[in-house]
Design a protein around this ligand. Structure first.
Ligand code: NAI
Ligand code: MG
Length: 337
């Protein structure tokens, strides 16, 4: 059998890292029918919408997508394609695993961030208030938090922990100050934690303390679940702990559709030079294989990547090495076949 997956190579370094990722995924022996679609600047350059209807249709039909980074066109009338995709398919959980691969400042880090992906301070409920003749004297951005969204993302975190044999979930909040929006998240979190008592340990931390604890004792963390903005900030902090954006993948999970991507952007400064690190995109593919239930293939690809970087010392420029994107891909393929 073969898996039907929408493939969006994307902009900038997207096509380069996607090419090597596809080679790596296929080297696991699994068969894929890639439906290649455009989005972002690549679509605009072809005279299409940044998020063409055909791309949406492809994802809707296949339910699984592997996406390269997209450059959001600067200028009026363009909304972020990434945000639009999350909204379109109600991709309510953003899952970002971060594991030490490249020995860096911290060793032994293995943290999964589950971030609420569609509401909170990203709800877009914003306005200015006029005072006197200043129409923008006051800016208001509201955090909308629903019990429904709290429940599904927190439950996802506990189910993820269960499925991946993890032992602890940390609920991160600011309920001491944001008594309603963050208070509701904590309240729902504590209630769900009770259902998993005895199986999954649960604690809760205020976000500022969490930010500090992550730097002081990152090995204490396992799965973290939090609201949109806190998740945005903390997941970049966690990426920094394991060596930066070149190594961090993300999954955007909805009830029906799942979309996997690298966390980094289109890196216009190095696009077309063949030096980009395809690791994050390959790790996004590992998450996709996991999602498809291909746990063995996911494990093999992940181990091939770790061995290539850590043991063989084959590294791209961003990790201090000299390997090109293609040479790195060659090394992964050789290890898998
Ligand atoms: P960026 O992540 O593209 O680049 C930041 C720095 O990291 C650059 O110096 C870049 O060369 C380097 N870098 C990133 N990925 C790398 C890789 N795989 N290998 C080696 N070096 C890498 O962030 P930036 O410059 O802020 O954004 C560029 C564009 O990407 C923007 O249009 C932005 O909107 C878009 N973007 C798209 C995302 C997505 O589609 N998920 C996420 C973040 C940004
Ligand atoms: Mg961010």
């Amino acid at each position: 059998m073969s898996y039907d997956v929408t493939l969006i190579p994307g902009d900038g370094i997207g096509p380069e890292i996607t090419e090597q990722t596809v080679r790596a995924v296929e080297a696991t022996g699994l068969k894929f029918a890639w439906d290649v679609q455009m989005a972002g600047m690549t679509a605009v350059a072809a005279g299409l919408d940044p998020l063409p209807a055909a791309t949406l249709e492809s994802i809707r039909a296949r339910k699984v997508a592997l996406k390269g980074p997209l450059t959001t066109p600067v200028g009026d009338g363009y909304r972020s394609v990434n945000v639009a995709l999350r909204k379109e398919f109600d991709l309510y959980a953003n899952v970002r695993p971060a594991v030490t691969i490249f020995p860096g400042r911290f060793d032994g880090i293995d943290i999964v961030m589950v971030r609420e992906n569609v509401e909170g301070l990203y709800s877009g409920v914003e306005h200015f208030i006029r005072v006197g003749d200043d129409p923008r004297a006051v800016g208001v951005s509201q955090a909308i938090v629903t019990r429904y969204a709290c429940e599904r993302v927190i439950r996802y975190a506990f189910e993820y922990a269960t499925r991946h044999r993890r032992t602890k979930v940390s609920i991160v909040h600011k309920a001491n100050i944001l008594k309603m929006a963050s208070g509701l998240f904590l309240e729902v979190g504590r209630a769900i934690a009770k259902e998993y008592a005895g199986r999954i340990e649960c604690n809760d931390l205020i976000v500022d303390n969490c930010a500090m604890q992550l730097v002081l004792r990152p090995e204490k963390f396992d799965v973290i679940v939090t609201t949109n903005l806190f998740g945005d900030i903390l997941s970049d902090e966690i990426a920094g702990l394991v060596g930066g954006l070149g190594l961090t993948p993300g999954g955007n999970i909805g009830a029906s559709v799942a979309l996997f991507e690298a966390v980094h952007g289109s890196a216009p400064d190095i696009a077309g030079k063949g030096v980009a690190n395809p690791s994050a995109q390959m790790l996004a593919a590992v998450m996709m294989l996991d999602h498809l239930g291909e746990l063995a293939a996911a494990g093999r690809l992940r181990r091939a990547l770790v061995a290539t970087i850590r043991d063989a010392g084959i590294r791209t420029r961003d990790l201090g090495g000299t390997a090109s994107t293609r040479e790195f891909g060659d090394a992964i393929v050789a290890r898998l076949s």
